[in-house]
Design a protein around this ligand. Structure first.
Ligand SMILES: C[S@@+](CC[C@H](N)C(=O)[O-])C[C@H]1O[C@@H](n2cnc3c(N)ncnc32)[C@H](O)[C@@H]1O
Length: 215
């Protein structure tokens, strides 16, 4: 039996990571997709369903929200429509341009930025920080720095949402990265530098962690 060729995202990721660049492949994938040469596997054309439920119960009332890895903008737009003053950032310029083009009337501030080296004025600046399935897309070596940045964004009294694939639900023998799943303890390690865990549950039949934190 012939095996299927690897999809473009996996091929690009492998090459980028071999050069020691954990994020370069995202821009390459978005530009290849814009040329019709690849698919962006996380593009669904709608917000994350779990965030839809959360936003319905948490109106923003003009408070500041930061969406990490904003991709094509669906989660950012959801929160903006729930009254949050949203900044969405992504390391891939083509994703940021695409989000702006998809939502030309948007109130969201779409920004190119790197979670591993974020703007200093984002420190303790956001009442809501949303991290869904981005940090797991970088190799584990980068996880401590990414989690420190993430915790640093949260303002006193704010909420951080963190959702990643649950390592406990994967078969580690056969799992192919990216993504690199999170153990429960790794999710809990967002609680650092004054940030505390509020809730941690498994969603989607146990496949993902969904955690909330505050400061
Ligand atoms: C797997 S996708 C998930 C997108 C979206 N959060 C979702 O749940 O569908 C990861 C996104 O994060 C972005 N990204 C990856 N590393 C990043 C970094 N270091 N800083 C900012 N964005 C990053 C990628 O360009 C991509 O759009």
């Amino acid at each position: 039996m012939t095996s299927m060729p690897d999809p473009a995202d996996r091929v690009l990721a492998r090459a980028s990571l071999a050069e020691g660049n954990p994020t370069g492949w995202f821009e390459q994938l978005y530009t290849a997709a814009a040329r019709g040469e690849a698919e962006v596997p996380w593009t669904r054309g709608m917000p994350t369903t779990d965030l839809i439920a959360w936003a319905a119960e948490h109106p923003g009332a003009s408070r500041r929200a930061l969406v990490v890895g904003s991709a094509l903008g669906d989660d950012s737009e959801l929160l903006a429509s729930a009254g949050w003053a949203v900044t969405g950032f992504d390391v891939a310029p083509t994703a940021v341009e695409a989000a702006r083009a998809r939502f030309p009337e948007s109130t969201v501030d779409y920004v190119v930025a790197d979670l591993l080296n974020p703007p200093s004025d984002w420190h303790h600046a956001f009442d809501l920080v949303v991290e869904i399935m981005n940090i797991q897309a970088m190799p584990r070596d980068f996880r401590p720095a990414a989690l420190t940045s993430l915790a640093g964004f949260l303002a006193p009294g704010g909420t951080a949402i963190v959702s990643e694939v649950a390592e406990e639900s994967t078969d580690v023998e056969t799992w192919q990265s990216p993504p690199w799943p999170f153990s429960r303890a790794e999710v809990e390690s967002v609680a650092q530098d004054g940030v505390t865990l509020v809730s941690l549950q498994r969603i989607r039949g146990g496949a993902r962690h969904w955690a909330t934190f505050t400061r």
